[in-house]
Design a protein around this ligand. Structure first.
Ligand SMILES: *Cc1c(COP(=O)(O)O)cnc(C)c1O
Length: 233
């Protein structure tokens, strides 16, 4: 059994049944996706529009992986929406109002409602994208969008071996999520519908902590597919 199959099986047996695994296949060839799919994995994460599109096209051409689902997890420029939105079941990385509005407008023009997560900047590095707590609360208290369904929050912890730092990053996401749900239940969050129910956090080095803290979605790449190489398209 190859490593990919083995790792998918390992994760399936380890993760609680209510936690969704997104297999992050960025920088790995489509053959790696096919192998993970054959091992039972259905949801995959990509972070670059061109790479997503070339994998989508190659699977369409070959007729393989018919019920694969894609989550977009990288920074998305508004001029690339048409390369991404027709093919994904979720954009996890909505990191600006500008992008949120553009996805809504694209959806109105194309008759598609897109599920999205708001990316919450929880890490201490300022290289990571995302909204502040105040910005997210302000989006959630605003009007609901017609063609975007805000399903929850996504975050990435500080890259460190210090578990207490990771836990404190994740707990900020959990607490903001809890606050939004409370406000919604009091009728104060028009943008949060009944299906605002996803907390996406946890990657290869911290997914066990994430699951322990209540993540609904974990996004795991390296553990499944190995180290990423820059050359694969
Ligand atoms: C690359 C990436 C992951 C996966 O990271 P690994 O450490 O390889 O598991 C998860 N989430 C996002 C947003 C990513 O860009």
């Amino acid at each position: 059994m190859s490593q990919i199959t083995d790792r998918i099986r390992q994760l399936k047996s380890e993760l609680p049944g209510n936690v969704m695994l997104v297999a992050v296949s960025k920088f790995h060839p489509v053959e790696a996706v096919i192998e993970a799919y054959d091992a039972g994995q259905r949801v995959f994460g990509e972070s670059r529009p061109q790479e997503l599109l070339s994998k989508v096209r190659s699977l369409e051409t070959s007729g393989l992986c018919p019920d694969i689902r894609w989550h977009f997890i990288g920074h998305l420029q508004t001029n690339k929406l048409k390369m991404v939105l027709p093919y994904v079941s979720m954009v996890e990385s909505v990191d600006s109002l500008h992008l949120l509005d553009a996805i809504d407008r694209w959806g109105a023009e194309h008759g598609k409602v897109t599920d999205i997560l708001l990316e919450y900047h929880i890490a201490s590095e300022d290289t990571k994208q995302g909204f502040s707590r105040e910005e997210i609360l302000s989006v959630m208290k605003g009007a609901a969008c017609g063609h975007v369904r805000i399903r929850g929050l996504m975050g990435m912890a500080t890259f460190t071996d210090d578990e207490s730092v990771v836990r404190s990053d994740f707990s900020r996401l959990m607490s903001l999520y809890g606050e939004i749900v409370r406000l919604r239940d009091e009728g104060k969050c028009p943008a949060a519908g009944p299906d605002f129910n996803i907390r996406s956090f946890g990657m290869t080095h911290d997914y066990r902590i994430a699951v322990d803290m209540g993540a609904d979605v974990v996004r795991i790449g390296t553990f499944i597919f190995g180290e990423r190489t820059q050359t694969v398209k």
